[in-house]
Ligand binder design. Structure first.
Ligand SMILES: [Ca+2]
Length: 260
């Protein structure tokens, strides 16, 4: 009897193994990210304000970066890309992150109720190209998607990650588990063409009256090869699953700032 049970259990276990999937790198990243967020939540409980900085191309931490926050102090990120300082009175601040190999980036932030919401920032490495769009957001929705279209030409998103024509644009990273980054790099934008950038809330795509995208805390940082050009924030109090961010017309960036 026991032997029969062991045989049955062995068979079940073989079935479990056969149907198990080897976790992909995204899944491992998600586990690492969850651990870092958990550490940051503990730091908040200990009376600290943590902020985390990652690489816009792959989400990996940026260690040893200098973060200067006038009025608060100058910090260096640890090997998880984190800085922290004691909780303090609410207010508006700005920081500047600098590190060799990355574009020096200024970020405005707010301390509310002794917390910094959306304390997860993605920074662009030095860029060989014309433009880079980096999308960060909060815990939800799980899946926001960047879309970049050339009028009368290509449409880059998770469905088609590279320009088929000339490789001049690509989706570097599709994030599907909250926070981002989701990043598109435009190696070459021609002045004769018109381009449009928008964000789709894939998670809520069946509900056009959803307010989730508007509440997501979504921010896009637009870099050129030398510096941070623009920071776009999702419209507050809006409804819809598409945020029209900007167009590029004759090489100039035109903000759109609407939802549908
Ligand atoms: Ca996505």
């Amino acid at each position: 009897m026991k032997k029969a049970i062991i045989v049955v259990l062995a068979g079940l276990w073989a079935g479990v193994l056969a149907y198990s999937q080897i976790p992909d790198f995204d899944a491992l990243d998600a586990i690492d990210e969850a651990m870092v967020r958990s550490d940051m939540a503990l730091m908040q409980m200990d009376g600290l304000i943590p902020m985390r900085f990652g690489n816009a191309l792959d989400g990996s931490p940026i260690p040893n970066a200098k973060v200067d926050i006038p009025g608060i102090g100058t910090f260096v990120t640890d090997n998880r890309g984190i800085i922290s300082f004691p909780q303090r009175a609410d207010g508006r601040f700005s920081l500047v992150l600098s590190k060799s190999g990355f574009i020096t980036t200024a970020i405005n932030f707010q301390i509310q109720l002794s917390l910094v919401y959306n304390n997860w920032y993605s920074i662009s490495p030095v860029l060989q190209g014309d433009f880079r769009f980096v999308l960060d957001w909060g815990e939800t929705p799980a899946d926001l998607d960047l879309h970049f279209e050339r009028e009368g030409g290509y449409h880059i998103s998770w469905r088609n990650m590279h320009s088929a024509a000339d490789g001049s644009v690509k989706l570097d990273r599709d994030d599907r588990n909250g926070y981002g980054p989701e990043t598109i790099t435009v190696v070459r934008a021609e002045a004769a063409n018109v381009y449009t950038l928008y964000v789709v809330d894939y998670t809520n795509s069946g509900n056009r009256s959803s307010g989730a995208l508007s509440r997501s805390g979504a921010v896009i940082r637009l870099y050129n090869s030398e510096r941070l050009l623009n920071t776009f924030t999702v419209p507050q109090g809006g409804q819809g699953t598409r945020w029209n961010v900007c167009r590029i017309v004759k090489g100039a960036v035109v903000p759109l700032d609407s939802m549908q």
